[in-house]
Design a protein around this ligand. Structure first.
Ligand code: PXG
Ligand code: PLP
Length: 441
């Protein structure tokens, strides 16, 4: 760090940083000042390979001029239009484009500004839909342990990460399936674990416990992301689908991370060939250039709410910035890039290279498990006795210093490079990370 960059550094005290060890960070900050393609630039002028697509969101790589130009144009054409009782054309255009990308049948889109808001919206749609069908007693939700569904009260409640829950009250009437991770049988699985489809049968147990007629929806990430990249066992999602069908429960796939090519398909639903009733999405929809999220709902769900007099507002829900014109413009430009550059196909082609690279790190340090699917992977480190998370944090700092951005929660390293990643960058990523892992004591 040279002195000039230090004197340029702003005062760090007022910004209360999200999900950050604020005091530790501010004592030794890591600031990015620019980004292009697969690389960030730090305030001291170093290039850092983006091994995480920012926060699993910059799927097309950084600094895309097409998106910047679309945003600029839109701001000067129509910066904002009221979202309630007024409309603007590209919101409809974007909904139609997204409906063509989601699985057949899920062709009604409700826009939000984040994944957290998409989750709240999906839960509320489930309640409203059942109520409109005369099953208003279906108010319970089933989530899963180790799930992340954002930070608002609904998503936190169906989520299963203890640190997100322990300080706050959660909604009543929520139960959880067990997480599918089963290291005793499935450590170092490549792709889907072959064991564990029967974990889905817990849903039958919860249904029997609460009564099927009391449950509105089941929400799962097709591949748990924040909880540590936990691919579902072979057959698990299919089994959840059939239990939901049998008891009239809606199945929601939270695809905030798995959507937009992360698995080499538009959505995980297509990748797995399992069709949920709703999909929540965010992040990659705009390549993270402008915040946006959405819920794709089955047409029957939407149509089930289109009742009553024409003048009635059918669903009492929405955000000031639902379908914000600038976010819509960014999303349309992003979808164009995905299509033109065939980025989902490219991600599918790179997935085996990525799998081989990450599993090649098994002997390079205190590694106890490695999991992967598509362009997402996690490496579990053995916690240092008495200091859970210390090795993980050291790995983050050393990788950053060595020119690689990784994501760490506790002692789990997560990797999710931008979809245009090629063999040379995958090789760099595994070389740098291998050295970092070996340096850990
Ligand atoms: N659902 C899922 C499945 C997510 O992964 C959200 C909802 C919430 O989205 P917003 O846009 O409100 O953050 C997410 C977000 C990480 C990490 O490193 C993951 C997320 C966000 C920030 C960090 O694991 N996932
Ligand atoms: N709080 C107040 C006082 C508001 O007026 C509004 C919106 O009008 C909100 C919260 C919700 O904000 P948003 O629609 O951006 O989610």
């Amino acid at each position: 760090m040279d002195d000039a960059s230090l004197t340029n550094r702003p005062d760090l005290s007022a910004h209360w940083m999200p999900f950050t060890a604020n005091r530790q960070f501010k004592a030794d900050p890591r600031l990015f000042v620019a980004a292009k393609g697969l690389y960030y630039r730090t305030e001291d002028g170093r290039e850092v390979l983006d091994g995480t697509s920012g926060l699993w969101c910059v799927n097309a790589g950084h600094g895309r001029p097409e998106i910047a130009e679309a945003v600029h144009r839109q701001l000067l054409t129509l910066d904002f239009a009221p979202s309630f009782q007024m409309g603007h054309p590209i919101a409809f255009e974007l909904a139609t484009r997204l409906a063509a990308l989601t699985p057949p049948g899920l062709d009604r889109l409700f826009f939000t500004n984040s994944g957290s808001e998409a989750v709240e919206t999906a839960l509320k749609i489930a309640l409203a839909y059942h109520r409109a069908r005369g099953e208003g007693q279906r108010t319970r939700f089933i989530g899963r342990e180790r799930a992340y569904h954002g930070v608002n009260f609904g998503g936190m409640s169906v989520g299963g990460l203890v640190n997100n829950r322990r300080t706050f009250v959660t909604l009543p009437g929520v139960d959880h399936l067990r997480a599918t991770h089963d290291p005793a049988r499935s450590a170092f699985s490549r792709g889907l674990p072959t064991q564990g489809a029967e974990f889905a049968d817990e849903l039958e147990r919860l249904v029997a416990l609460h009564g099927p007629e009391t449950i509105a929806a089941v929400i799962v990430e097709p591949v748990a992301g924040s909880g540590g990249v936990l691919p579902p066992p072979v057959g698990y999602l299919e089994r959840l689908r059939s239990i939901c069908d049998h008891h009239g429960l809606l199945l929601v796939f939270d695809e905030v991370i798995t959507g937009f090519g992360r698995l080499g398909a538009p959505f995980a639903a297509e990748y797995f060939g399992v069709t949920p009733d709703m999909i929540t999405m965010a992040k990659g929809v705009t390549n993270a250039a402008i915040p946006m999220g959405a819920v794709a709902a089955k047409r029957e769900i939407h149509d089930g709410l289109m009742k009553g007099p024409q003048s009635a507002i059918e669903f009492f829900h929405g955000y000031t910035y639902s379908a914000h014109p600038v976010a819509c413009a960014a999303a349309l430009a992003t979808l164009d890039i995905y299509e033109r550059e065939r980025l989902f196909e490219h991600a599918a082609a790179m997935a085996p290279v990525f799998e081989a690279a990450v599993h090649g790190l098994r002997e390079r340090g205190p590694v106890v498990d490695i999991r992967n699917l598509g362009l997402m992977a996690a490496i579990d480190l053995a916690p240092r006795p008495g200091a859970v998370g210390a090795r993980g944090y050291e790995a983050l700092v050393r990788a950053y210093q060595a020119g690689l951005l990784i994501r760490v929660t506790g002692d789990t390293i997560a990797l999710s490079p931008p979809l245009p990643v090629g063999e040379p960058e995958i090789a760099d990523l595994s070389r740098i990370l291998g050295d970092v892992l070996e340096s850990l004591d």
